[in-house]
Design a protein around this ligand. Structure first.
Ligand SMILES: Cc1cc2nc3c(=O)[nH]c(=O)nc-3n(C[C@H](O)[C@H](O)[C@H](O)COP(=O)(O)OP(=O)(O)OC[C@H]3O[C@@H](n4cnc5c(N)ncnc54)[C@H](O)[C@@H]3O)c2cc1C
Length: 322
């Protein structure tokens, strides 16, 4: 038997994949999680930068999350008790953020699990009664395989192994988002720590340095609206960063100043536009006969909480199937 054989191989160590893995591991199952990223976060990523000799963590994906479901509230309370999350009233009464970066809860879950970072799953093939996951390195075998990646990527991965699940994922269209990370020498003359707009080009901006547990220079994260992101989707990142910083100054009325640090990240699949939660029924899909399933925000609600609930739902379906 292959040395990497496990009861479950989960592809994707974002909020959905890890909530699923935690639940399965709690039941005593052996679980291996693969993620192509170099570190924890997925769309709750944080990126470090040196600004004026200080190390700064930018949350360039999800900005904050809410917890309305009682089960997720319990998980959030447990993270709060260890200091991994804190409330951030600047974003609203119900807003929570990871501390010291948005990826802290994902990191905390990953620590207790067998997660292989920097491993990209490329193909899922039948192997006896189970599955073989081919990656850009070694292969992994498991009795069951669970895919917790953005919808468009799930559709590609599942095309041969589970065409029905691939078709479901393939129905989803996600909006892109260009995210800008900007550090400044002085506090910007903008009183609030957040800025939201329903009209392009900037949908959200936040004084990242004002989040709980952060330190370092004045720094902001700016998210372009879906329309603006599409308009400049193919710009090189330096050009996108410069264009969106100009948009930010125009939208907020802050007089333009030079940034000490300027970077951008393009999220191609930031937010599922028409989540299929209702059609998916339980917030996840599992083919018990084949031992293959899917989870992710697109199957529940395109939010951090929706991803966590979807992962848990998939674990429940898999455990119920035995
Ligand atoms: C810019 C932006 C702003 C957002 N703002 C908010 C917000 O304010 N509040 C909120 O609640 N939500 C927000 N969201 C949404 C939230 O981040 C997501 O709903 C949630 O994090 C999705 O979790 P997930 O586990 O479903 O997917 P992901 O976090 O995308 O995790 C999927 C993982 O799969 C990995 N992966 C993909 N393909 C492969 C492969 N072939 N092999 C191995 N690994 C693979 C990826 O590296 C990733 O780690 C935002 C998202 C973005 C991008």
């Amino acid at each position: 038997m292959n040395e990497h054989f496990s009861d479950y191989c989960i592809i994707g160590a974002g909020m959905a994949g890890l909530s699923c893995a935690s639940e399965l591991a709690r039941s005593g199952a052996s679980v291996t999680v693969l993620d192509k990223g170099r570190g924890p976060g997925g769309r709750m990523a944080a990126r470090r930068a040196e600004i004026g000799g200080q190390s700064v963590a930018f949350d360039h994906g999800a900005q904050y999350f809410t917890a309305r479901d009682p089960a997720f509230q319990d998980a959030v309370a447990a993270w709060e008790a260890t200091g991994a999350v804190a409330r951030w009233p600047a974003a609203g009464d119900e807003a929570w953020v990871g501390v010291p970066g948005m990826n802290a809860p994902v990191k905390a879950m990953a620590k207790a699990l067998d997660v292989r970072w920097g491993v990209r799953a490329e193909r899922i093939l039948r192997s006896g009664a189970g599955w073989l996951v081919e990656t850009d390195g070694e292969a992994f075998t498991a009795a069951r395989v669970l895919v917790a990646v953005p919808a468009e990527q799930a559709a590609v991965l599942l095309a041969d192994a589970a065409p029905d699940l691939a078709a479901l994922s393939g129905d989803v269209l996600s909006a892109p988002c260009w995210a800008v990370m900007a550090g400044f020498g002085e506090r910007l003359p903008f009183a609030a720590d957040t800025f939201r707009s329903d009209t392009a080009p900037v949908s959200w901006a936040a004084r990242n340095s004002a989040k709980p547990g952060r330190n370092g220079a004045e720094n902001w994260v700016v998210h372009a609206s879906p329309a603006r992101s599409r308009e400049i989707i193919d710009l090189p990142k330096d050009a996108a960063a410069a264009a969106l910083l100009a948009d930010f100054f125009a939208a907020t009325g802050v007089a333009p100043v030079a940034a000490m640090h300027l970077d951008a990240h393009r999220w191609l699949y930031a937010m599922p536009q028409a989540p299929i939660g209702a059609r998916a029924g339980e917030g996840a899909r599992y083919n018990a006969q084949a031992g293959i399933g899917i989870a992710g925000d697109y199957l529940h609600n395109p939010r951090v909480e929706g991803a966590w609930l979807s992962g848990r739902a998939l674990a429940g379906l898999a455990l119920a199937a035995g």
